[in-house]
Design a protein around this ligand. Sequence first.
Ligand SMILES: NC(=O)c1ccc[n+]([C@@H]2O[C@H](COP(=O)([O-])OP(=O)(O)OC[C@H]3O[C@@H](n4cnc5c(N)ncnc54)[C@H](O)[C@@H]3O)[C@@H](O)[C@H]2O)c1
Length: 439
Amino acid sequence: MRVSVIGTGYLGATHAAGMAEMGHDVIGLDVDPGKVAQLSAGQIPFFEPGLAAVLRRGLASGRLRFTTSYADVAANADVHFICVGTPQQADNDSADMRFVDAAVTSLATELAAPCLVVGKSTVPAGTAARLAALLENTAPAGEGADLAWNPEFLREGHAVQDTVRPDRLVFGVTNQGADRQLREVYASVIEGGCPVISTDLATAELVKVAANSFLATKISFINAMAEVCEVTGADVATLAEALGHDDRIGPRFLKSGLGFGGGCLPKDIRGFMARAEELGVEQAVSFLREVDAINLRRRARMIDLAVAELDGSVDGKRIAVWGAAFKPDSDDVRDSPALDVASALQSRGADVGVYDPKAMDNARKKYPELDYCRSAIDAAHDADLILHLTEWEEFRKLDPTTLDGITRAKRILDGRGALDPAAWRAAGWTYRALGRPSI
Ligand SMILES: NC(=O)c1ccc[n+]([C@@H]2O[C@H](COP(=O)([O-])OP(=O)(O)OC[C@H]3O[C@@H](n4cnc5c(N)ncnc54)[C@H](O)[C@@H]3O)[C@@H](O)[C@H]2O)c1
């Protein structure tokens, strides 16, 4: 099939490459000519394991190309996926819909033949219906351009796998023709056994924010328990393990730590609350306010612990921060808890050295005032304290004895509860983790 993918960021670049992998003829469009040039040359403008190989396979097959021209995609594709960003607005909690509206308008004005426009971006309730009207009013002749919603659940770090083998497909459609077309697009995935939930537009767009709200709630639940553990002397890691064996609860997303960040969960729950208020159902999701607050309190707690470890003041102290990305296997630093903590400590007078295996460039652009180091060991030189804030395998595997004679003091705070406390303590370190008793 002839497919276009509009907006080739984390979601769109992966989706475009994935669609080509499934055998479709794909054009990726972005308004950023630099991104289009990089992708056309087989380079991914961000870090995502395995994506470069899929992109290059697509380019080499002749089934994948990139453009900045809406006329090009309108003329050469029959199904258009809208994958542009929906960030939080600068001065309030609502989603900024300018990019989605611009993309749909730009496409609609160029359309000359019947086609299916499929929303994939995460959007506030009511967006699909609004865009259907926008499409109808803007597309020349106002006919033949149908709108569907197909929310995306990929996880950065696992994006390729999640795209070619998703755990479910959700199709929001208004007619059987659109449903048939989407089933054709995803034929190979559906043949592989992926369940399809075919529904209306309103339900489809809500699935995504509801899923992210649930995930955020699960993380904040265990982090709330960590707060209780910190005053009762209980161990949140053992608590989570015991809870997770109950198959009604399950162990996943039940790991206490520095909390969530990134370009999705924080802005999605805030956008959901803002939209619910507009719709008069703010009470239904008011618990998300507390979910957000618990999440942010973990960052504050980490800063307090660092101050306490350094006898009441970080001023003039060297602190090594391991991790800058909001999660491992990604270079995404949007709303990164690690960088938030690093920057707060720097502003209190600490000399903060940051190392991340992949997110250094993005981190440097966002927080140029921090000191960026070549390696975890380099960051640890003369450190009074190490903070482990993003759970990269490289940090988990690091043998604490390799730091002997490197740091000024043997103190580590594990913000992800992912290091082996016994190994660190055996090597002579004071090891503390959020929600876990100190020994
Ligand atoms: N990143 C994820 O893991 C993920 C997962 C599921 C859903 N989503 C959702 O997908 C959407 C995109 O997220 P992202 O992380 O890929 O964002 P992103 O910022 O990485 O990418 C957005 C891209 O859209 C481009 N763009 C902006 N305006 C445009 C326009 N008018 N026409 C064409 N291109 C335009 C930008 O240049 C950018 O390349 C968001 O709604 C997000 O919530 C993201």
